[in-house]
Design a protein around this ligand. Structure first.
Ligand SMILES: Cc1cc2nc3c(=O)[nH]c(=O)nc-3n(C[C@H](O)[C@H](O)[C@H](O)COP(=O)(O)OP(=O)(O)OC[C@H]3O[C@@H](n4cnc5c(N)ncnc54)[C@H](O)[C@@H]3O)c2cc1C
Length: 309
């Protein structure tokens, strides 16, 4: 059986390792020059940068939950919440231990995946070093590409705002927030990290979140008086700031959106039977009953039968 793996972050590595141990013939494609995915970070920003790890990030899960069942963190690491470089080091060791590198083609970006028969897939790959295109076929495809596309809130006037707008995808350090009036939107883990970091340098932060709904009252952050929390929604943006649902208005220099990600599979042909609709992965189970394509993310998504494809 021939298996192709797209992406060599944690999910891709796990897919390679387990497919090899089943005796399958595995080839994996990774668009960057190293394994690790999100954890392979050098704090760069840009359209071709995959990792969104920011300065000072600590894992929000304990390593005992994050590790693979067949490979533990080094016993010398006693703390549970880790810096990103320790997580990346763990994946490097996993790769060496199971000798995964020889199955990976680095600097190879998958640009098209389509079914060519009931049990075969055609994959077009671009070699980013030579700019050459290659086509292969495979019996199974694991798509392990993580998340990349920022989810932008649909609020009137966002395009009219003349200050800076930054999504957490491009947040790496607090430098741009120094002495600025900041509107931060979001309630997830990234927004918590961002508010704690930006609070130390900004002139003022208005943090619009739904924390009271999502985390209950147990969460108490030690923030300065420069940070004001709001659960009131934004009605519209103007050139210089935001008008809130209660009629109040504030001016800002920067809008920071920690609003999460859209799941996209840009290289999947429409006849693959997989589509994303309203942040759900939809799979037309009727198309290929043996479900030859695995997104590596099923734990995070709903699998819906024929709802939207
Ligand atoms: C800021 C941040 C903090 C996080 N903190 C935690 C945490 O503390 N604990 C935790 O468990 N999880 C955390 N996560 C979630 C993180 O996404 C997962 O830990 C994990 O990295 C997901 O693994 P993955 O293999 O699915 O995707 P990724 O790690 O995103 O890897 C995907 C890989 O696919 C490659 N790729 C993408 N498109 C293509 C293509 N077309 N062709 C070839 N290769 C391609 C990418 O270059 C990348 O190497 C965090 C995520 C972010 C953004």
């Amino acid at each position: 059986m021939k298996v192709a793996v797209v992406g060599c972050g944690p999910n891709g590595l796990c897919a390679i390792k387990n497919c090899i141990s089943e005796g399958f013939e595995v080839v994996a494609f990774e668009q960057t020059s190293e394994i690790g995915g999100e954890w392979n970070s050098n704090l760069e920003i840009g359209p071709n940068v995959h990792s969104k790890i920011y300065e000072g990030l600590m894992t929000n899960l304990i390593k005992e939950i994050m590790e693979f069942s067949d490979f533990s963190y080094d016993q010398n690491i006693t703390e549970s919440f880790l810096t990103a470089d320790k997580v990346q080091n763990y994946f490097l060791k996993y790769t060496e231990k199971f000798d995964l590198r020889k199955h990976i083609k680095f600097n190879h970006k998958v640009i098209n995946v389509r079914p060519i028969s009931d049990d075969q897939w055609e994959i077009i790959i671009k070699d980013l070093e030579t700019d050459e295109y290659k086509t292969i076929t495979s019996d199974k495809v694991f798509i392990c590409i993580g998340i990349s596309a920022p989810w932008m809130p649909k609020i009137e006037g966002l395009n009219e705002f003349q200050g800076k707008i930054i999504h957490s995808r491009d947040f790496r350090s607090t430098k741009m927030f120094e002495n600025k009036k900041v509107l931060l939107i979001g309630s997830g883990a990234s927004s918590l990290d961002m508010v704690i970091a930006i609070d130390k340098v900004a002139e003022k932060i208005t943090w619009v979140n739904k924390i009271q709904e999502t985390h209950g009252t147990s969460l108490k952050l030690e923030l300065s008086q420069r940070t004001v929390e709001k659960t009131i929604l934004i009605k519209r943006f103007t050139k210089s700031g935001a008008e809130f649902e209660n009629g109040s208005f504030e001016e800002f220099d920067i809008i920071a959106l920690a609003t999460g990600y859209d799941f996209t599979f840009p290289f999947l042909s429409v006849d693959s039977g997989i589509a994303v609709y309203d942040k759900c992965l939809c799979q037309c189970l009727s198309y290929k009953s043996n479900s030859a394509l695995n997104t590596g993310q099923t734990g995070k998504f709903f699998l819906q039968e024929k709802k939207c494809c």
